[in-house]
Design a protein around this ligand. Structure first.
Ligand code: CIR
Length: 269
């Protein structure tokens, strides 16, 4: 998930892959998962990679009635110890949320929990944080009412929100951008206007990657100058290595098959 700063990453929630995973939604990067055993191996390697970077990881059990349940990023927006529970933008994904909400309420004792309501819709995958600036994608999953509810929470916390229109060939904002550090946004050319992120604070910048490395632009920055990257994106890897980061490469082909990226599979809380 992309709403916490590096220094806030200590514990992560992930969720096991259900037996129904072959029916997961797939319209963008993927054409549908074929091999659940391989997906589970890749997901376990993801868990191990987070743990090897010092993150304490909790894996919630799968919900076999919800093929997309592993994509926990979409189900909660965690900002500075506050939790916004969105109404997910795809109807098939709404009932994935209760066990995740219960877990967060239990584990984050004392956290402020707000629930989105009415016609507001949002997937957590549409939110990206760079230091204290937040970006939200207006997408097929996230609407203006959802954006206004997020804006209310952020203004209460003293953070700025910038809205970015997501082109129809992408699912979420985090499908096409990530923050491998608190100063860098990685994004592919050809999806967003060059000024999409607006003026950034001193020392911060957007690094544009070739469009064929779009999937590789989703990364997870971790404490200790480490960054999780998807295997097979050499420009992304070279760029991050040149920034002095240690890349940890993961084969995520069977997660990509369901349009899932690295950030989609975890919630840092
Ligand atoms: C979906 O279409 O909802 C899932 N198959 C993929 C969700 C990926 N989540 C994300 O980008 N945050």
């Amino acid at each position: 998930m992309a709403t916490v700063r590096l220094d806030q990453k200590a514990r992560a929630l992930i969720r096991a892959i259900p037996d129904s995973y072959h029916s997961a939604l797939a319209k963008f990067f993927g054409t549908g998962p074929k091999d659940i055993e391989t997906a589970r191996k890749q997901h376990n390697a993801y868990k191990s990679a987070l743990e090897s970077a010092g993150i304490e990881v909790f894996m919630l059990e799968a919900d076999h009635n919800h093929p997309d349940c592993l994509f926990v990023e979409d189900q909660a927006v965690i900002i500075d110890g506050h939790v916004l529970l969105p109404v997910p933008g795809h109807p098939s994904r709404v009932n994935e949320q209760p066990p995740i909400a219960d877990f967060l309420v239990r584990e984050m004792g004392g956290a402020q929990i707000c629930r989105m309501s009415g016609d507001a819709r949002m997937d957590g995958g549409d939110i990206l944080r760079l230091g204290d600036i937040f970006f939200v994608g207006r997408s097929t999953r996230t609407n203006d009412l959802g954006i206004e509810e997020l804006r209310d929470l952020l203004s209460h916390l003293g953070h700025e929100l910038r809205v970015i229109d997501i082109p129809e060939q992408a699912l979420h904002l985090t499908s096409i951008a990530s923050t491998p550090t608190d100063e860098i946004i990685l994004a592919p050319e050809g999806y967003l206007p060059k000024d999409a992120f607006g003026d950034l604070p001193n020392g911060c910048k957007v690094i544009w990657m070739p469009p064929e490395e779009t999937y590789g632009c989703n990364t997870i920055g971790l404490p200790g100058q480490k960054v999780l990257v998807a295997e097979g994106y050499p420009e992304v890897e070279k760029t991050l290595t040149n920034l002095g980061l240690e890349t940890i490469k993961l084969d995520f082909s069977e997660i990509r098959a369901a349009d899932g990226s690295l950030t989609c599979c975890s919630l840092f809380y």
